[in-house]
Design a protein. Structure first.
Length: 277
């Protein structure tokens, strides 16, 4: 709730700062002790200045509350930067031109915080669904999950089977981050093949660095019909993979349940992509 409040307050102060920049009023002069009761323009500037200061004070209070209540170590660095910049906004509130770059920096960090929170909410929600699935079984070689792969195109069947075998080994050995990274690789292989089958274009050859999100967008542009909810599942897997791969201030250490949830999603996506093969 406080995060939404911060976003609203940040948008509010940005809007006022933009207005102040366009009006080119002297904010410093407007807060002096002079009497401008008959000066409409100066009174308007004074009112705008007071509102910017009030919003800047609110920003610092809200981020302070968020930082104090935070229990997620992965957000510490983002929240610390936002707090520092919120204080800069409060200090520089009389200079709109200096405020805008600071506000934009806060917006970028806030977007990252929202991404982390949204992803972790998705993970928790799917963990509840995964809890209803058959539990991983213990046996020789560690914990395993039983998968039934759909009939895959022969061009990718061997590669995906090899990835699934390695996925089982990683999961059984407790290497959950590696398991999640393999899930992303499996989805990437499957999507590229599906795109090639429908369009005849090899995205790997033409756009070797294309990400999963852009590939899904390309499929939508080509009117390639995907099962309802499939883009969201792919987005979920891709986001978890990104957090597992990329270096952050606080590393992402997925639990067994989180890895299991991602693996189940991955197998479900495979089934939906190639159910008619």
């Amino acid at each position: 709730m406080a995060l939404k409040e911060f976003r609203v307050t940040l948008n509010d102060i940005k809007e006022k700062v933009l207005v102040a920049s366009q009006q080119k009023g002297d904010l410093k002069k407007a807060i002096t002790s002079g009497n401008y009761i008959y000066d409409y323009r100066m009174n308007k500037t004074k009112y705008l200045t007071d509102r910017i200061k009030k919003s800047a004070d609110d920003l610092v209070l809200i981020i302070g509350k968020l930082h104090k209540q935070n229990r997620n170590p992965r957000l510490n660095d983002f929240l610390s930067r936002v707090m520092v910049n919120a204080k800069f906004v409060r200090e520089q509130y009389l200079e709109p031109q200096k405020l805008l770059p600071i506000i934009e920096t806060v917006e970028r960090d806030l977007t990252e915080i929202e991404k982390v929170e949204e992803l972790e909410k998705e993970i928790k929600d799917f963990e509840k669904e995964a809890a209803a699935a058959p539990a991983p079984r213990s046996g020789k070689g560690g914990v395993r999950m039983d998968f039934t792969l759909p009939a895959l195109p022969e061009e990718i069947a061997e590669n995906i089977q090899a990835d699934v075998d390695e996925l089982q080994r990683c999961f059984g050995s407790g290497c959950y981050r590696s398991a999640i990274i393999l899930c992303g690789r499996i989805i990437e292989t499957a999507l590229h093949r599906k795109y090639f089958e429908v369009t005849g274009n090899d995205a790997l050859e033409k756009e070797p660095g294309i990400g999963l999100g852009k590939l899904v967008a390309r499929m939508s542009e080509k009117s390639i019909r995907l099962d309802p909810g499939l883009p969201q599942q792919i987005h979920f897997i891709n986001q978890v993979r990104i957090f597992s791969v990329h270096t952050k201030q606080e590393s992402f250490a997925p639990s067994q349940n989180q890895a299991q949830a991602t693996m189940l999603y991955t197998m479900d996506v495979l089934g939906k992509l190639f159910s008619s093969e």
